[in-house]
Design a protein around this ligand. Structure first.
Ligand code: CP
Ligand code: NVA
Length: 317
């Protein structure tokens, strides 16, 4: 037996990205460094994933995630195949996993439940990437951290304030911010706070980096010193039936000119998109020069290319 050739790219030890927790702080930094390189020199990676096929399993709608994974796969020399609908509806999730691993090289899954992503990862021998679940949106957070570094040069010494529902996007941002030394405030209406066990994990990471992780219902407190303000829809996919109730509860948390004025002067505005103008954010703010929303969307492509390279370890070219 000959030794396998050395890895071209740093590896993700867990082999998956079922949540932000699958990658270490070191791997997160390596991934973001690679994402910067891939963005600067896309031509160098044209054949890196030659012959590799991604399975895209989407239980929910998507524009950015689905498109950027497909474009990433193609621009890296591979391809992607989309399958929509419930994962595990016609047959057990473990059978889905054991079929896909025979034909394709990596599974990207957008699911209602985190348990479905975890089950895919448990049963598939190929890498599984969480493309948004009820609990996490790790690919979004990677692109957002890339976007912030482009603006600030580094994360340390800055603060990101998330305003809205303390669910998937907030969780992933908090976990990455804590590991990168970025101060983070999660500002929610009472009853919509992030999961305590995820906050505890972020605070554990923050001990290493010195990042301050705040969870509050108080806008003034959370926005104080923030150089970027982030929001997300009030009713996530799967919660549309609660939209009317949430519109009432979240009204005071709308990101508008007055709310932005409570952050640092010139603070950036961020949103994972899709955005509902005049609900969680005013048109004035999202269309203003401080808005980074399309930079974030663009970086989905570059960050996910880096992720695919690290998970699939494409051959040198
Ligand atoms: N931000 C994001 O994940 O967008 P899509 O739902 O369009 O994929
Ligand atoms: N929190 C939102 C994010 C969409 C990208 C949702 O889950 O619908």
């Amino acid at each position: 037996m000959t030794e396998p050739p050395p890895s071209t790219f740093p590896r993700v030890r867990a082999g998956d990205l079922t949540s932000d927790l699958d990658i270490t702080a070191e791997e997160l930094r390596q991934l973001l460094d690679l994402a910067r390189l891939v963005k600067r020199h896309p031509e160098r990676y044209r054949l890196a994933l030659r012959g590799r096929i991604l399975s895209l399993l989407f239980e929910k709608p998507s524009l950015r995630t689905r498109m950027t994974f497909e474009v990433a796969a193609k621009q890296l020399g591979g391809d992607a195949i989309l399958n929509t609908g419930p994962v595990g509806g016609r047959e057990p999730v473990e059978d889905v996993a054991r079929n896909l691993e025979r034909w394709t090289d990596l599974i990207v899954a957008r699911t209602f439940s985190q348990e479905t992503v975890d089950a895919l990862a448990r049963f598939a021998k190929i890498p599984v990437v969480n493309a948004l679940s009820d609990l996490y949106h790790p690919c979004q957070a990677l692109a957002d951290m890339q976007t912030l570094r482009e603006q600030w040069g580094e994360w340390r010494g800055h603060k990101l304030a998330f305003v809205g529902d303390g669910n998937n996007v907030a969780h992933s941002l908090m976990l990455d911010a804590a590991r990168l030394g970025l101060d983070f405030a999660c500002i929610t209406p009472p009853g919509y706070e992030p999961r305590p066990e995820i906050v505890a994990k972020a605070r554990e990471f923050a001990v290493e980096t010195g990042a301050l992780i705040e969870v509050t219902n108080d806008l003034d407190e959370g926005l104080r010193g923030a150089g970027a303000v982030y929001t997300d829809v009030w009713a996530s996919m799967g919660f549309e039936h609660e939209a009317a109730e949430r519109a009432r509860v979240f009204a005071a948390y709308q990101v508008n000119r007055e709310l932005m004025a409570r952050a640092l002067p010139g603070a950036f505005f961020m949103h994972c998109l899709p955005a509902h103008r005049e609900e969680e954010v005013t048109t004035e703010v999202i269309e203003s020069p401080v808005s980074l929303v399309f930079e974030q969307a663009e970086n989905r492509l570059h960050a996910q290319k880096a992720l695919l390279l690290m998970l699939l370890d494409g051959p040198a070219h």
